[in-house]
Design a protein around this ligand. Structure first.
Ligand SMILES: [Zn+2]
Length: 325
């Protein structure tokens, strides 16, 4: 039965709620908002009454929306997370799914979505999850099914339209605004605090070292106009940071690039990094994982463990949205 939820003004909830954060994911990246504008708005419908077509490695399959969402939540968030965090993930995934299903994509015209997290969302079959979870399969499967069922039909809207419910694994103290990362201002994708840290997130801090020669090859292949002469300490200049602390822009060998672009080219886990140079090497010290926009999954788990419910968690990360059927 479809849930009809009273719309909740999230900005108010975010301001009112003081939380103590302490907490933990590995999230794939979602495509940038260039593919995620506000159109269109399908009518609210219970999950079980809707189907999605999904491109898998075995071909295109059709499955009920609730079954699909269970596979998405299982793949996108650790099942050990708090129930309210899993519900927040279910609503974010449902919102994204309905937008994507209604919009279509030229990348797979015969299916509304695919299982590539770089294109759509990750998805894992019940059988694969059971194999992964082992002895915990019964408990975890029930938790995720409950997260989807107890949010049946609920989505995030802003001004009545489906929100761009992007999410990421972990942030470096603050989430990033959409405009800082993708150059597109989205009113509800603002930078907000997110208190996960190295105590609660595996591999929160990572570092990647390149030899000067290796790095020169990678950067000149990506940007042929880059001129990398002299020692590495001269290669990176004019580094600026967003309000959320990620690298906003940096000049690499005379070519201005964004932190997100450099992150992508170098395969860094996030754009929250510092650069340490040596005469023959460069080390990038990286914090968090993902693009940093929207809901932090580890942050969501902390908020849930501090007592927030899924609506409050969603309102924390998506400024001013409503949670409704
Ligand atoms: Zn896709």
């Amino acid at each position: 039965m479809k849930q009809i939820a009273a719309a909740l003004l999230c900005l108010a909830a975010s301001v009112i709620l003081a939380v103590t954060l302490s907490g933990r994911t590995q999230a794939p990246l979602l495509p940038p908002p260039a593919q995620l504008s506000d159109e269109p708005v399908p009518p609210p419908t219970a999950d079980g009454a809707q189907t999605v077509t999904l491109l898998t490695e075995e071909g295109v399959i059709e499955l009920a929306l609730n079954e699909y969402l269970e596979g998405v939540v299982a793949a996108e968030m650790p099942a050990s997370f708090a129930p309210e965090a899993l519900k927040a993930q279910a609503v974010a995934a449902r919102t994204y799914t309905l937008w994507k299903a209604a919009s279509g994509t030229a990348r797979h015209p015969r299916a509304q979505l695919c299982t590539d997290p770089g294109c759509c969302q990750a998805y894992r079959t019940p059988e694969a999850s059971a194999d992964l979870w082992g002895d915990m399969a019964g408990e975890y499967g029930a938790k995720i099914a409950a997260a989807v069922a107890e949010t049946d039909g609920l989505v995030l809207r802003y001004d009545g339209r489906l929100a761009q419910a992007v999410f990421h694994s972990s942030s470096a103290g603050y989430t990033q605004s959409a405009v800082a990362v993708w150059g597109t201002d989205v009113p509800y994708l603002r930078s907000v605090t997110s208190s996960e840290d190295a105590l609660t997130v595996p591999n929160y801090y990572t570092e990647v070292t390149f030899s000067a020669e290796e790095l020169r090859g990678i950067l000149t292949a990506a940007w042929p106009a880059v001129k990398l002469t002299g020692e590495p300490e001269e290669w990176f200049t004019d580094l600026t940071r967003s309000a959320g602390g990620s690298v906003a822009s940096v000049t690499v060998g005379g070519v201005a690039v964004t932190g997100a672009q450099l992150r992508s080219v170098l395969g860094l886990r996030s754009a929250s990094f510092t650069v340490e140079t040596a005469p023959d090497a460069v080390t990038f010290h990286v914090t968090g994982y993902g693009h940093g926009v929207g809901m932090s999954q580890y942050g969501a788990d902390l908020l849930a463990r501090s007592g927030m419910d899924f609506r409050q968690i969603l309102c924390w990360y998506y400024t001013g949205v409503t949670v409704e059927g």
